[in-house]
Write a protein of this length. Structure first.
Length: 137
């Protein structure tokens, strides 16, 4: 059965699938920041309560993460310098079979503020025109 993807309006790029979980990469310039939110679901897909959420960056020189003081399920990732960093999240969740610690991560690529992106898009395929007839001699 095909997996449904949620519509996302951030600059997330599907990166790879690991243990059945689609991983994403977020690209920011070194002058940007982005809000992130943590949520959990049980085996049936029902929302699961999470608590004791913690965040950590793999490289604070590239990107830091600051937890929201009012809502621990929210945080802001702030880019600082070009490079790659992973934001790791841990939380205690009640998934129906007791409370246990679950983890997740989100990969970030930070580019220099003056950097630009380039996209190459293909148009609609069409049949090639017929080859020209050989010259008559």
């Amino acid at each position: 059965m095909p997996r449904k993807r949620k519509r996302c309006y951030h600059r997330h790029k599907p990166e790879h699938e690991l243990d059945g979980v689609l991983q994403f990469m977020v690209t920011l310039t070194d002058t940007q920041q982005v809000d992130i939110t943590v949520s959990a679901a049980d085996k049936a897909g029902a929302k699961a309560a999470v608590q004791s959420i913690s965040y950590a960056s793999s490289d604070d020189a590239i990107a830091t993460v600051k937890q929201d003081a009012a809502d621990q399920a929210k945080a802001t990732v702030v880019a600082h310098a070009a490079g790659a960093a992973t934001i790791n999240v841990a939380a205690d969740a009640d998934l129906g079979d007791g409370v246990r610690t679950i983890t997740a991560s989100l990969d970030f690529t930070v580019t220099a503020g003056g950097a630009a992106t380039i996209a190459v898009n293909a148009g609609t395929p069409v049949e090639q025109p017929p080859a020209p007839a050989p010259p008559v001699v």
